[in-house]
Design a protein around this ligand. Structure first.
Ligand SMILES: [Cu+2]
Length: 357
């Protein structure tokens, strides 16, 4: 700082400057608190801090261990820095070459710069790779009784149950306390499947199926998210894993495997015709009808889902109608176009969709 600069900062400026600094510090602390608050359960079960399986508990322990090691190393570095700063101030001389050499020869630099970091990294490497990575790996094929296949699409998840005709989207049901082997594939680009409370994140790579074990300690809903940027609507590509009591799960799967029941009313029948003739059928499958499209989610049992469009909106009549009229409003850029239907076509179609139980 030159003398002119010092003159300009008058005596009155100093307290004002420190007030601004204090306010900035307070604001920063406030932001940090808000950030930490975001780690809670606000998203409805998508927190790495609330593990619900052995695998995610091991990942959490590894996280705490690494954080503790990082905190110790960080505090050590700050203390050393403070010591050197005080010494320099007291002696009134900057650290010169000679002192640097003294530090090297006294072994401090070697200890803190090489030995301790290498030891820390080796220990953490073995704990992470031999402990946690192995423990969270999926079992070999055939080791679990339950298998599910999840296929990533821009921007929803197709869910299949090998050995059953059941196909659904975005909401994956599994029996509680049962290891489930999940095969992860993609229909287009790279996606990543991550349900933080149940297990690690595994990529879906074109042409290379990966596997993951899902296991849930207790009944409930566990939220998940695509964790690899996959295009415009990546942020609206969520999924939910429902861990059900085994009997409830079996009933759910049996219903999902069935083709759709015939339309219950003349309006629903007319709505089915709209669905089959107005392009819907070229993108969507409804088992039990001639609709066999594979671009969009299977709609056979649409009403068994709680949400639409990969957890973007609730599955209620108003939202369903609004989605069919203008899907680009909720997910701009998604692969479903709005179609120009007449009022009567639309209301019959909605009645038909409402009956897909
Ligand atoms: Cu994505």
């Amino acid at each position: 700082m030159d003398t002119r600069g010092r003159d300009l900062r008058g005596k009155r400026a100093a307290p004002a400057g420190s007030l601004v600094r204090r306010l900035l510090l307070l604001a920063g602390l406030g932001c940090a608190l808000l950030l930490i608050a975001g780690c809670g359960q606000s998203q409805g079960g998508q927190s790495t801090l609330h593990p619900a399986s052995d695998q995610s508990r091991k990942i959490l322990h590894l996280f705490w261990g690494m954080l503790a090691a990082a905190v110790v190393v960080f505090i050590g570095a700050v203390v050393l820095l403070a010591i050197s700063y005080r010494r320099r101030n007291r002696e009134g001389i900057p650290l010169v070459e000679a002192e640097n050499e003294k530090a090297v020869s006294s072994g401090l630099v070697v200890a803190f710069g090489i030995v301790i970091p290498v030891a820390c990294l080796i220990v953490l490497f073995f704990i992470a790779n031999i402990g946690v990575v192995k423990a969270t790996d999926a079992p070999a094929p055939g080791q679990t009784k339950m298998n599910v296949t999840v296929i990533g699409h821009q921007w929803f998840w197709e869910v299949r149950y090998p050995g059953s005709a059941a196909v659904t989207a975005n909401e994956i049901h599994i029996p509680v306390k049962t290891p489930v082997n999940v095969t992860l594939k993609t229909a287009d680009v790279i996606h990543s499947f991550w349900v933080p409370e149940l297990n690690k994140k595994v990529d879906m790579i074109p042409g290379h199926p990966n596997t993951l074990e899902l296991y849930a300690d207790h009944v409930g809903m566990y939220r998940g998210q695509c964790a690899e940027f996959c295009g415009l609507q990546h942020a609206h590509m969520s999924m939910a894993v429902y861990a059900d009591p085994p009997a409830k799960f079996r009933a759910w799967l049996a219903n999902m495997a069935k083709p759709v029941a015939p339309p219950a009313s003349p309006q629903a029948k007319a709505g089915e015709q709209v669905f089959l003739t107005q392009q819907c059928a070229s993108c969507h499958t409804i088992r039990g009808t001639s609709a066999r499209g594979t671009i969009g989610p299977d709609l056979t049992h649409l009403q068994t889902r709680n949400t639409l469009a990969a957890l973007t909106i609730p599955n209620r009549k108003g939202y369903l109608g609004a989605w069919v009229i203008d899907p680009q409003h909720f997910k701009p850029g998604n692969k479903m176009p709005g179609l120009n239907l007449s009022g009567a076509q639309f209301s019959n179609l909605l009645t038909f969709l409402e009956g897909l139980k």
